[in-house]
Ligand binder design. Structure first.
Ligand SMILES: Nc1ncnc2c1ncn2[C@@H]1O[C@H](COP(=O)(O)OP(=O)(O)OP(=O)(O)O)[C@@H](O)[C@H]1O
Length: 274
């Protein structure tokens, strides 16, 4: 395992290239998720956000580039050690097993258990607290397959939280939520970053991205178009080039607000890097 002390407190992807079914999907994408920060990965549909997230998690093979976890290459970590350190909530919160909510959330504790070891009272307390935090306690005996999309998203966030991983990655965790629960989930993720976790989320809501994220990474066509603070990333020019939109902006009581307001062009659906 090679270790780089300068990156020992972050999850990093450097110059990642991914080709799937002869299509070049990522063309040298890089990303840094330091502990203590909430990083938002944004970009238009099909930009490559989920693919980059999966590459970082080792769920998609990359043909070139390097992923490091706390300064050591991802391949050097055993799957169990990786799972202890990085947790993942997939896009759409898919659930394939008809298990009740409490059991689905408890699966997030597996990396901490030995084979055949039962969950302990301490694990149960962590699971209970996660259900309180995510407002899912009332669902605990329901079959997860019977939940609404928004309820399922909150349950999958709880499962991610109970892992107590150093890094949490979530693909569109607020996509199916009502405004109250969107704010609740963003508050939870923000609080987790302030408690020392590195948090990476894919999101389309630019207003909440600007409000909550410490760093934004803007993807377009398999590449990183811009990264940095919301002020530097969500510029008029970048919004026009990446999304073909214009935003309305205003300041109030020291806060900055941005709301996507109108289209400024038509996206081109060109073949990627062919
Ligand atoms: N297995 C695959 N084979 C070929 N193309 C793929 C494959 N998986 C994804 N793609 C393509 O790669 C591109 C990036 O997909 P990805 O899911 O990473 O985008 P995204 O930025 O997460 O999009 P969205 O915001 O719509 O979820 C898309 O054009 C998609 O159609």
């Amino acid at each position: 395992m090679t270790t780089d002390t300068t990156t020992s407190n972050s999850l990093q992807a450097r110059d990642i290239h991914v080709t799937l079914n002869d299509r070049k999907i990522l063309n040298g994408a890089s990303l840094n998720v330091p502990k203590g920060k909430l990083v938002g990965l944004i970009g238009p549909n099909g930009a490559g956000k989920s693919t980059l997230l999966k590459a970082i998690l080792g769920l998609t093979d990359h043909q070139a580039g390097e992923i490091t976890l706390n300064g050591a290459t991802l391949d050097g970590w055993s799957l169990k050690e990786r799972a202890k350190r990085v947790s993942y909530a997939a896009q759409g919160a898919p659930v394939h097993w008809p298990l009740d909510v409490e059991h689905i959330i408890a699966l997030g504790r597996i990396p901490h258990l030995d084979p055949w070891q039962k969950i302990t009272a301490a694990d149960r307390e962590i699971i209970h607290q996660a259900m309180v935090t995510t407002d899912t306690l009332h669902l605990k005996d329901r079959l997860t397959t019977t939940l609404s999309g928004g309820e399922r998203a909150c349950v999958m966030l709880a499962r991610t939280i109970v892992s107590q991983a150093e890094y949490l990655c979530a693909d569109e965790p607020i996509a199916s939520l009502d405004p109250y629960h969107q704010l609740q989930v963003m508050d939870i993720l923000h609080d987790l970053s302030r408690a020392g976790h590195g948090v990476l989320i894919v999101l389309h809501d630019l207003t909440l991205a600007q409000r909550y994220c410490d760093d934004l990474v803007l993807m377009h066509d398999g590449e990183i178009m811009a990264h940095g603070t919301a002020e530097n990333v969500l510029t008029e020019e970048n919004l026009d080039r990446a999304y073909h939109i214009q935003a309305s902006r205003w300041h109030e009581n020291g806060d900055h607000f941005l709301v996507p307001w109108k289209r400024s062009g038509t996206p081109r659906h060109k073949g990627r890097h062919e």
